[in-house]
Design a protein around this ligand. Sequence first.
Ligand code: F6P
Length: 349
Amino acid sequence: MANDSKGTIGILTGGGDAPGLNAVIRAVVRRAEQLGFKVLGVKNGWLGMLKEQADPLTRESVSGILHRGGTILGTSRTNPLKKEEDKKKVKENMKKMGINYLIPVGGEDTLGVARVLAAEGLKVVGIPKTIDNDVEGTDQTFGFDTAVSIITEAIDRLHTTAESHHRVMVVEVMGRHAGWLAIMGGLAGGADCILIPERSVPIDDVCGIVRRRREHGKMFSIVVVAEGFQLSGADKDVVTKSAKLDQFGHVQLGGIGEIIASEIERRTGFETRATVLGHTQRGGSPTAFDRVLGTRYGVKAVDLIAEGKCGMMVCLKGNQITAVPLASALTKLKLVDPELVATAEIFYA
Ligand code: F6P
C-alpha cells in the first residue's frame, strides 16, 4: 500500500503533442504510487500552472491510456517566462497547489522553462518529448519513432501512385529547424532525394537527380523535404505559413513542398505533385518503441525525485536510461549527423 508521506508530484505536458505522452503519464503515476508519492496532473502545460488547473491522478484514472495518442492532460505553447509576473505566479501556484516536485514533459521550449525554474530553486525533473528529435542531451525523444513510421508508410503509399503516374512526388514533413524526421523517414522510405534544414541545396541539384533517374529508366521520383529546408541561391528564407510568432518566438513553418514541386515541374517538364503530411505525423497510437521509451522515462523521473536528484532531465544514452543536468541538456538544438546525410546521398540516382 502506498502512503502519501513523501509529497506530491505535479506533471504537465507542454508544446506540440507527441505519441507516447500518455505512456509517460501512466508510468509517472504508477511509479509514484509505488514509492509513496501523490500525483497531480496539471492541465494544458504551463497554462495550468498559471491558472491553478490540476486534477489528482491515480492508478485508476490512468488506466487504459498507454496505447492512446495525444495527452490526457492537454497541452499549450504557453510561456510563463514571457512576463516576470507569470514566472512568479508559477512559483507561488506550485506552493498553493501543494506541488512539491514538478515533472514538465516537453521539448526545448517547455524544458527551457524547466531549466530556468530549476536554476531558481524549484524541484523539477524534465522529460524530453518531441517528434522533431532535436533535444540535445538525449539520443532520442519519444514521439519521434512513431512519426518516422508514419512518414515511412506515407512514402510507401506515395511510391505506388508516383510510379503509376510517372510523377515526381514531393513530401513535406515536420521537424522545424532539424532534419531528423526527413532524413530517417526518407531513408526508411527509400526517398530519391532528402532536403533538410542543416544543408541548403540548389534546386538544380534536385532537378538533376530526378533527370538522372529518368535516364536510368526510373520515370518517377520521391523527394522528401523538411519544412525548415532553405533552397540555396536567390531565396534563403525559410518558408512560413504565417508571420505570427508563438509565445516562444517560433514562426509557423510550411509551404516549401509546393515551392519545390512547382520549380521541379517548371525546370524539368516532369509532372510533379506535393503532399504535406502535417499533423498526421503527430496523431494516433505510439509505436511499441515510444511506449517503452515513454514508460522508462516516466519511471526514471520519479526515481530521480525519490533519490533527491532534481534539476535533471532524463535521457536515453545507447540503451540506458540515465539523466543529465537540465542546464547542460538544452544549450543548443541537436541537428542531423552528417554521416546520415552521406548515407542518404548514396541512394540519390
Ligand atoms: O515541434 C513539433 C512540431 O510538430 C514541429 O515539427 C512543427 O513545426 C510544429 O510542432 C507545429 O506546431 P503547431 O502544431 O503548433 O502548428
